[in-house]
Ligand binder design. Structure first.
Ligand code: HPA
Length: 278
């Protein structure tokens, strides 16, 4: 496990990818738990296994394919992560952020980050999507910030601003595309925890009080790295389950994957709609 990466190491990965693809993507897409099927819509795809890339964190979680799919969607060139690594698997925060760093060095300007999340907001139902308007970096506040360590000054400042982590223009566009497609256009605050245990009812009531609408175990580290490097971000949570605020139900990974099947067609519509407008 590596705690920090140098620019040279990041560029080493970028060079391997460049040698394996004909495409020159400007848009990155990270697919969360149960959402990997979206990558099947990519045309003229060059596919790279995570295992063929140096340093790359290779997720072992069921529902994460572990492939980079580089190709076209709506005539836009994009690089898709079919599966992501999580902190709870034992990777360092720097390793979780590495794919975003590599995308930045490949010339990616916009990253669309997706995840599966539990609904703290009681209006949301499994199968809904929530556009992320802001996040609570609970995992970062407790010391696990992906920017900890030597700052890569070539990429961004030591103390990056996070007041507009989620690009307002992309968020508004995505909401309007959802409305046009008769998809409920929820937007809200995502809180990230390390996992892998799901939350207790008391954890969840705490998160409701501090203003979270959805909870998950990913996304925030990647977004912090993206914003640090000047990349525009759209975040989308696929709501897989209602968070268990009163302790009356249980949460399982199977239901998270099951909800993905309902969410993928909605996400595909929104992402294709957005790409067509970019
Ligand atoms: N909690 C945390 N992470 C999750 C959940 C949840 O309820 N659902 C999907 N990912």
């Amino acid at each position: 496990m590596k705690d920090f990466f140098t620019l040279e190491e990041i560029d080493e990965v970028a060079l391997v990818i460049k040698a394996k693809t004909r495409h020159n993507p400007k848009i990155g897409l990270i697919l969360g738990s149960g959402l990997g099927d979206l990558a099947n819509s990519v045309e003229n795809a060059d596919i790279i296994s995570y295992g063929d890339l140096p340093y790359w964190p290779n997720s072992t979680v069921h529902g994460h394919a572990g492939k980079l799919v580089i190709g076209n969607l709506e005539n836009k060139s994009l690089i898709v992560m079919q599966g992501r690594a999580h902190y709870y698997e034992g990777f360092s925060m720097a390793e979780i952020g590495l794919p975003v760093r590599v995308m930045q060095r490949l010339g990616v300007e916009i990253i669309i980050v997706t995840n599966a999340a539990g609904a703290i907001n009681q209006d949301y139902l499994p199968g809904d999507i929530m556009f992320i308007s802001d996040h609570i970096a609970l995992i970062g506040m407790t010391g696990n910030n992906p920017l900890r360590g030597p700052n890569l000054d070539e990429l961004g400042p030591r103390f990056p601003d996070m007041s507009q982590a989620y690009d307002k223009i992309l968020l508004e566009k995505a909401i309007s595309i959802a409305k046009k497609n008769k998809i409920k256009p929820y937007s809200g605050v995502y809180v990230s925890l390390s996992g892998p245990s799901f939350e207790t009812p008391a954890d969840l009531r705490f998160m409701r009080v501090i203003g979270a609408d959805a909870v998950g175990m990913s996304t925030v580290p990647e977004v912090i790295v993206a914003v640090h490097g000047g990349t525009r971000v759209l975040g989308i949570s696929g709501i897989s389950n209602k968070a268990n605020l009163d302790g009356s139900t249980i949460t399982t990974h199977e239901e998270v994957l099951e909800a993905g099947r309902i969410i993928v067609p909605k996400l595909t519509k929104v992402i294709k709609g957005l790409l067509a407008e970019l």
